[in-house]
Write a protein that binds this ligand. Structure first.
Ligand code: PXP
Length: 263
């Protein structure tokens, strides 16, 4: 089996900092601690609304990181220009809506074919490899390859939601997901289906010559399912690691996730 890389997404450290508009917690401290604890890569998302990571964070992190930086961004031309200037080790194109809490669904590589092709060519001109954050469908894998991406990141959000509704106390909380308020047998069968979709998409992507990552909603309880899909060689995980770090410290939280994602 190929080694798994853990990309630690530190956006949520910046969320906490922006809540008070002070330089605390320090995003660079998060970078150092995550790397020291075994992160293979740091992932950050420069959103159009700058709700967490700021332009200056991208510059500082690029300058000081000892591990590769995966910079997530939308296909907005102003954002692409900033990404090109900063020259991350890779850019991951994601869909972005201002009103969303977090990225919902994969990039519509079929509907936005021309815009995505432009973004990929633009980033390639700046010698930046491109990953596309897409839903796990055969159509998205084929289109990603056709558009010239080097990599796909499979959106695991639906899988994670089903897993949480089936196995955690989420259904009995204020955060219950309305459309997934279903009988357990129905959740179990949908969860199995979503895992099959991820497996089939990962296999197909690898066959096409794409590298395969996965991310969104992965945590200490559900990540073992991703470890079973051997075509997946990278996981990008943020919220659950930063949430755990409130209680254990970031170093412990990364070490624990690294243990669960080592093969
Ligand atoms: N991968 C991508 C492409 C994302 O947009 C995000 C969220 O910013 C993540 C991974 C990390 O998701 P989470 O914070 O739910 O672990």
């Amino acid at each position: 089996m190929t080694k798994m890389k853990l990309g630690v997404n530190i956006d949520h450290v910046a969320v906490l900092r922006e809540a008070r508009e002070v330089n605390d917690p320090d995003i660079l401290q998060a970078l150092y601690v995550a790397c020291e604890a075994g992160a293979d890569q740091i992932t950050i998302h420069l959103r159009e609304d700058r709700r967490h990571i700021q332009d200056i964070d991208v510059q500082n992190i690029m300058m000081l990181s000892k591990v590769p930086i995966n910079l997530e961004c939308s296909i907005n031309k102003d954002i692409l220009a900033i990404v090109a200037q900063n020259k991350p080790h890779r850019a991951t194109l994601v869909p972005e809506k201002r009103q969303e809490v977090t990225t919902e669904g994969g990039l519509d590589v079929v509907g936005l074919e021309d815009e995505v092709r432009y973004a990929i060519e633009y980033l390639h001109d700046a010698i930046i490899p491109v990953s596309l954050f897409v839903d796990p469908t055969i159509e998205a894998m084929e289109k990603s390859k056709e558009l010239g991406a080097e990599m796909v990141e499979l959106h695991t959000g639906h899988f994670a939601n089903l897993f949480a509704m089936l196995n955690s106390s989420l259904p009995y909380s204020n955060h219950s997901i309305e459309e997934l308020e279903l009988p357990r047998y129905e959740l179990a069968s949908q969860l199995e289906k979503s895992l099959q979709e991820l497996k089939i998409a990962a296999k197909h992507a690898k066959k096409l010559g794409l590298e395969v990552a996965a991310g969104h909603g992965l945590n200490y309880h559900n990540v073992h399912e991703m470890m079973k899909i051997e075509e997946i060689v990278e996981l990008n995980i943020g919220q659950s690691i930063i949430a755990r770090s409130v209680f254990t410290g970031l170093k412990e939280a990364v070490i624990e996730m690294k243990k669960l994602t080592t093969r």
